[in-house]
Write a protein that binds this ligand. Structure first.
Ligand SMILES: [Mg+2]
Length: 234
């Protein structure tokens, strides 16, 4: 960086001024319950007529009463045999919450690497982003495999046994960002690992088990925008 060669240049002082926005950070969002106010497995469960059972398992997992892997496999099993048209219908209903697209756009425009790290599913995330006409730099998500046009009842992907702290650290390494320059935003127990290692841990209406581990908590995307401005991320 030419501006940092001379300690007397204005540019150097500017770079070190903590009140000015920093570019090139890594911002990692959870999806269900954070960027979206729905839960993908519940939407799928509604199509399969098992929404209540799935909701119950999800709640227990998000409150850290059940391991995430156990809960995801149990939910996938309840979806065994669901037809592709119903899976499609569920994914078409996945939506970003109001203001999410604006936050993603503002972060991208500011030069940050925006990532979604979710135990939810690629297709649902992609559908929701497409609908809003926004994109992110990286999506790390799981998949529900299908055979002969129906779900197999299994689940696969990097964030079942794998945890979001490793996913965040790997991504930070890949994009060349130090962990101090990472921000994690999430709501559930499966976000705890990434909230614990991120430079800034933001709870989005976090579950009771999660809140004590957050540096700060927000209850809307407008509040998140304000926070990111206050922290000189934007
Ligand atoms: Mg969540």
């Amino acid at each position: 960086m030419p501006g940092v060669r001379s300690s007397t240049s204005n540019r150097n002082r500017t770079i070190c001024d903590p009140s000015l926005p920093r570019a090139g950070m890594l911002i990692a969002f959870d999806f269900d319950g954070t960027l979206s106010d729905s839960e993908m497995t519940v939407l799928l469960g509604e199509e399969a007529g098992v929404a209540d059972e799935i909701d119950d398992i999800t709640e227990r997992a998000m409150n850290d009463e059940l391991s995430y892997a156990e809960s995801l496999y149990a939910r996938a099993e309840l979806l065994d045999g669901l037809e592709s048209s119903a899976v499609d219908a569920a994914f078409n209903r996945v939506a970003l919450r109001p203001g999410s697209a604006d936050v993603i756009e503002a972060l991208s425009e500011a030069g940050h690497h925006v990532a979604i790290l979710t135990g939810g599913f690629e297709q649902g995330v992609e559908r929701a982003l497409e609908t809003e006409g926004v994109s992110v730099d990286t999506v790390v998500a799981n998949r529900l495999p299908a055979r002969n046009g129906t779900l197999t009842g299994d689940a696969e992907g990097p964030l079942i046994e794998g945890t979001k702290d490793d996913a965040l650290a790997d991504l930070a390494d890949e994009v060349g960002v130090s962990m101090d320059d990472t921000v994690a935003i999430g709501d559930g127990a499966n976000d705890l690992p990434m909230l614990e290692v991120a430079g800034l841990a933001v709870g989005y209406e976090p579950k009771p088990a999660v809140e004590p581990h957050c540096d700060t908590v927000v209850a809307s995307m407008a509040e998140l925008l304000d926070l990111l401005e206050a922290k000189a991320v934007l």
